[in-house]
Design a protein around this ligand. Structure first.
Ligand code: FAD
Ligand code: SIN
Length: 538
């Protein structure tokens, strides 16, 4: 069942859904998503969307806060675009039907780490679920958007799939859609398109502990890398400082996030002995940017041999806690913690990829016809560390810009007819699925142990050797086996692990989220450089 369309969107989080809606105003869209359409990082977002919505705030302040958090590596032009176009995109969401929390008839703006002002637009502590609900409802209304669930993109279609075009130089290559698999039937087919919008989200699932749901296996980064697109700054994996500590976590469920907004609300971090500690690390204390807070917690844990630190809101009124954080209150109560009376045990967990598919300010990647939006992209706005709640905003602003660019370019793009069918000749059905699960668990453990909050040359070298062994096993299996979901995801998490380690090895300094014992301070370059990877032989 091959499909042909003008525009293909891969992913049904905020970036994919918003882009599909906007494209539907002038072209037909096919949107594929690998599980149920609501399953995305977006659906789990808590704190909200950062934007200058109050006259007492200013663009300059939001720009400055973003640049400070980004530790010298942000693309200033992209940051200015993000901040200045942000308020209009929030108004777009509201007009689509998203309902945000209000106080006295006005948006109730919260505060999070690294922000000098209250500027977080939110829907209580379930902002992502509200955004996802509103976008899906709007997409369902559009007759020219075909949504295909349980459809996993395997690889991008480019010149490298066509024998007679294989030698085309990388800078002239196009993306013409994807090979994808219907995971309910295990059938692979081809979706050809003039334009492909990659909106596949993040990669948290390559770490043992993560706030990201199971879909976040980095497929988009891996597909783009394999196809020869430029990938940047993959070393900057953000660890959220506060996920709920559980003594026996369920390995199939993400760590539950305790939103940064809880610290914005006055939450205090304490050691197991009940002592506040953030003032030792940064004068902004609990409201310092995330890299600093996560490292401070990691240091306290290692120093004291503890498994968690505490987050304390017991000094706040119970009604206020329940009003601001109904979901966090409920989830903690289910775990036996009444946060109005008890301290919350928390630990850092992998949360967000600041790097990704390198794009320009219109979200166009280095492959003609391939746009990347949302977490999978690297627009340059996050630099070495993302400012809280800038991610949902980035997805909105840059998918909107992508669509404007596509509208201009669509007429000049086409799809060739001679892209070969998926070839599974000579492959066998896998009989040892358990080996895949073991390899996935091994990768998670390696990345957590050696490529986490604190790194070193030795740790990275060890991780590289181990990941390479798993890469070789996985590629051998991939070549001789009929593909299926877990194998494809393993292949992608191995590719992403390779990119993260390689980028981390290339950065001979500590900056933002990349901290290494061998180079503990930042190089004093005036213009620090991005780490760029490109697979030159796709
Ligand atoms: P996602 O929302 O992750 O969507 C990706 C989509 O792609 C999914 O539908 C997935 O199934 C699909 N997909 C993936 N691979 C494939 C494939 N191979 N084939 C087909 N489909 C595929 N950011 C903020 O700004 N504010 C917050 O308050 C906030 N809170 C957060 C809380 C949590 C717990 C988490 C995990 C993240 C939070 N973030 C927050 C980050 C933010 O939610 C994400 O960065 C953002 O939602 C990413 O949106 P996206 O559209 O790029 O990707
Ligand atoms: C949170 O609510 O703490 C998450 C915000 C974010 O990831 O930006």
């Amino acid at each position: 069942m091959n499909i042909k369309t003008d525009v293909l969107v891969v992913g049904s989080g905020i970036a994919g859904l918003f882009a599909a809606l906007k494209v539907s105003e002038f072209a037909d869209v096919v949107l594929i998503t690998k599980k149920d359409k609501t399953e995305s990082n977006t659906n789990y977002a808590q704190g909200g969307i950062a934007s200058v919505m109050d006259p007492s705030d200013s663009f300059d302040r939001h720009i400055n806060d973003t640049l400070i958090a980004g530790a010298g590596l942000c693309n200033k032009k992209a940051v200015e675009i993000l901040v200045k176009e942000g308020p209009d995109r929030i108004r777009d969401l509201i007009s689509i039907g998203a309902e945000f929390t209000k106080k006295n008839g006005k948006l109730d703006l919260a505060r999070e780490g690294g922000h000098s002002m209250h500027r977080i637009v939110h829907a209580a502590d379930l902002t992502g679920a509200e955004v996802e609900r509103a976008l899906i409802a709007a997409v369902n209304e559009k007759k020219n958007i075909q949504v295909i669930e349980n459809c996993l993109a395997i690889d991008l279609l480019t010149e490298h799939n066509v024998q007679q075009l294989k030698d085309q130089p990388l800078q002239n290559r196009h993306c013409w859609g994807v090979y994808a698999i219907d995971v309910t039937k295990n059938e692979v087919f081809k979706i050809t398109s003039k334009v492909t919008i990659l909106a596949t989200g993040g990669v948290g699932q390559i770490y043992l502990h993560t706030t990201n749901p199971n879909i976040a296996t980095g497929d988009g980064f891996a597909m783009a890398y394999r196809a020869g697109a430029r990938i940047g700054n993959m070393e900057f994996i953000q660890f959220h400082p506060t996920s709920l500590y559980e003594s026996k976590p369920d390995p199939n469920k993400p760590s539950f996030l305790i939103s940064e907004a809880v610290r914005g609300f006055g939450g205090i971090l304490r050691t197991s002995a009940g002592e506040p500690f953030m003032e030792k690390y940064d004068q902004r204390k609990e409201l310092a940017p995330r890299d600093i807070v996560a490292r401070a917690i990691d240091n306290e844990l290692k120093k004291r041999g503890d498994e968690f630190v505490y987050l304390d809101v017991t000094h706040k009124k119970k009604e206020d806690i329940q009003e601001h954080f109904p979901n966090i209150y409920k989830k903690c109560l289910e775990a036996g913690i009444d946060i109005s009376k008890d301290y919350i045990p928390v630990v850092p967990a992998a949360h967000y990829a600041c790097g990704g598919v390198v794009v320009d300010v219109n979200a166009q990647s280095s492959l003609i016809g391939l746009y990347a939006c949302g977490e999978v992209s690297m627009t340059g706005i996050h630099g070495a560390n993302r400012l809280a709640s800038n991610s949902l905003l980035e997805a909105l602003v840059f998918s909107y810009r992508a669509v404007n660019d596509i509208k201009k370019n669509l007429g000049s793009l086409s799809t060739p007819d001679h892209i070969p069918e998926w070839n599974e000749e000579g492959t066998l059905t896998a009989d040892e699925h358990i080996l895949i699960t073991h390899s996935i668990n091994e990768v998670k453990q390696i990345m957590w142990n050696y490529v986490g909050i604190v790194r070193s040359n030795l740790r990275l070298e060890r991780a590289a050797t181990r990941i390479h062994a798993i890469y070789t096993e996985t590629e051998n299996l991939y070549k001789k086996t009929k593909v299926f979901e877990d194998l494809l995801e393993l292949r992608d998490i191995v590719a992403c692990s390779h990119m993260i380690i390689k980028s981390a090895q290339q950065r001979k300094e500590s900056r933002g989220l990349h901290y290494t014992l061998d180079y503990p301070s930042a190089n004093s370059m005036e213009e620090p450089e991005d780490t760029i990877l490109q697979n030159v032989h796709p």
